[in-house]
Ligand binder design. Structure first.
Ligand code: APR
Length: 228
């Protein structure tokens, strides 16, 4: 089976009701990154950071996968698919995709604040300020903050370098190292970009730009790839 790699960002979950970050009504319009998404923010005001991610988790649990998530899951009928997502929601998994790498963590799990490798399932939508890991330190959301290492990036780069087909959906490619992954995909590998606002980053080789929302562009592309 051909190896197909899909890199997704917040845009694929926008029509599930989850806000993107950098669109005009995006999350970073309402919050300062420095206040809620950095290790320094957690040092300064852990309760505020906890509340921010508890709210994100509540929205994720209330959201449902959309036709774009479901269409990507269908690709497994014909391709060896890896989805590399920057999203912290679990909508790809709930749509049935079986091989998903979460570059920036996943909001449905908690993480030790002193050892990022210690992660746990969460009961409900809130992590309490009194909850601790097995080492006794407070639990936080299992997400990668600005300024933190991205542990899965090397695995993701290796997978991109082996891709035979590549699809990019709903990301502005504004945040590194994730945005650099596209450079690991071979120059002759066919690439598809689905986004109502095609990101400006230069992409080498054959690119098909599908300037559509995910719920329109992705199912159409998937039908085409399954009937190829
Ligand atoms: N369908 C497809 N794409 C869409 C849709 C839609 N319905 N609506 C918006 N988009 C596109 C936008 O045009 C934009 O290119 O989704 C992209 C969203 O970009 P960002 O908000 O920057 O989100 P993303 O690229 O995922 O951000 C990367 O930044 O803050 C961090 O850690 C966070 O993982 C996130 C990272």
């Amino acid at each position: 089976m051909e190896k197909l790699v899909v890199l997704t960002g917040a845009g694929i979950s926008a029509e599930s009701g989850l806000k993107t970050f950098r669109d005009s009504d995006g999350l970073w319009e309402g919050y300062n990154i420095e206040d809620v998404a950095t290790p320094e923010a957690w040092q300064r005001n852990p309760a505020l950071v906890q509340e921010f991610y508890n709210e994100r988790r509540k929205s994720v649990l209330e959201a449902k996968p959309n036709t774009a998530h479901f269409a990507l899951a269908r690709l497994e009928e014909k391709y060896e698919v890896t989805i590399i997502t920057q999203n912290i929601d679990d909508l790809h998994e709930r749509a049935g995709s079986t091989n998903v790498i979460h570059l920036h963590g996943i909001i449905t799990r908690s993480q030790s604040s002193i050892n990022p490798e210690l992660t746990y399932p969460i009961n409900g939508w809130q992590i309490g300020m009194d909850e601790v890991c097995e080492l006794g330190s407070p639990l936080r959301a299992h997400v990668v903050w600005f300024g933190e290492a991205v542990p899965m990036i090397e695995t993701a780069a290796r997978i991109c370098s082996r891709a035979e087909l590549f699809i990019l959906v709903g990301t502005s490619l504004a945040v590194y190292p994730a945005a650099g992954l596209i450079n690991y995909v071979g120059p002759r590998v066919p690439k598809y970009i689905v986004d109502p606002k095609i990101p400006e980053a230069s992409v080498r080789g054959p690119v098909m730009k599908i300037q559509e929302k995910a719920t329109i562009g992705v199912p159409e592309l998937v039908d085409r790839l399954l009937n190829k």
